[in-house]
Unconditional design. Structure first.
Length: 278
């Protein structure tokens, strides 16, 4: 949430919210891809310290405004939101309570030919998706991840299975979706570089993953945005490298501030050089 501090505990609550919503969605849990802050823990397996965590869940829906008549029936969303106790003031951002803490779902889409800020979810009387430009690439070739159904979720749903499979953005899709985030808050600047640096094979593999995703989604993807974003890290004394360094220190990294700034700048340089060759 905007008012809640990111933490590992908040991430647990967010994952529980996702699992609970997915259980309520049933077979429709495959109708979206998870693109937000739950991904770094899965993607950045070489990180020296755990990811800062997240307070919300970003769900990307495949929608085309010019093909609304052919779109899936999203009436199931209303049923799941109601059963999960979620409430909203704008139709795409949904909050519920987990103990004394809020949890949030955000419904997103990438629909270039729709002029409004939100896009209807056909069949839903309650929900819409917020339109953002650029993350559509994350819908291609998502990764199936197995999530445990926690005891907390089981309190509300005692007949739930032990685990469930959900679709998450792959490495290239996640990075393109994150770079497309129009606001690029400090948390986004940190998330992006965290995954660039600490994915299994480092910045060059991150660039190759992005290149593969761009090639597979060339009709809906533009490399200019992620290049523009990554260039902001190249100055090790600049704001973007600084945000990454400060957040790493807050989360317990023992490297120096200057080293972390330099890591961000060099990571961006390696990424951009590899992307240029791809």
């Amino acid at each position: 949430m905007d008012s809640e501090t990111r933490s590992s505990e908040a991430r647990v609550r967010a994952e529980d919210a996702l699992v609970r919503f997915a259980l309520l969605a049933g077979e429709h849990a495959r109708d979206y891809v998870v693109i937000g802050g739950l991904n770094p823990d899965f993607l950045a397996t070489r990180a020296p310290v755990p990811h800062q965590g997240t307070t919300d869940i970003d769900l990307l829906f495949a929608l085309g405004f010019d093909r609304v008549a052919d779109a899936p029936d999203f009436s199931w969303v209303d049923t799941a939101l109601d059963a999960g106790g979620f409430a909203s003031t704008n139709g795409w951002r949904w909050d519920a309570m987990s103990g004394d803490a809020r949890i949030r779902l955000e419904f997103l889409c990438d629909v270039w030919d729709h002029t409004e800020d939100t896009v209807p979810l056909p069949g839903s009387a309650l929900a819409v998706a917020s339109k953002i430009a650029g993350p559509a690439a994350a819908l291609h070739d998502p990764v199936e991840r197995r999530l445990a159904v926690s005891s907390s979720v089981r309190t509300f749903m005692p007949d739930a299975p032990e685990t469930m499979m959900l679709r998450f953005a792959n490495l290239g899709g996640y990075l393109l979706a994150k770079a497309a985030h129009s606001r690029m808050l400090d948390k986004d600047k940190y998330d992006l570089m965290y995954v660039i640096l600490y994915n299994q094979h480092g910045p060059r593999e991150a660039a190759r993953a992005v290149a593969r995703q761009l090639a597979a989604t060339d009709e809906s993807s533009d490399p200019a945005e992620i290049r523009r974003v990554m260039e902001r890290y190249l100055d090790s004394s600049g704001v973007w490298a600084g945000v990454f360094a400060e957040t790493m220190l807050i989360t317990g990294d023992t490297a120096t501030r200057d080293q972390l700034r330099a890591d961000a700048a060099e990571g961006a340089r390696s990424f951009l050089n590899e992307l240029e060759k791809a």
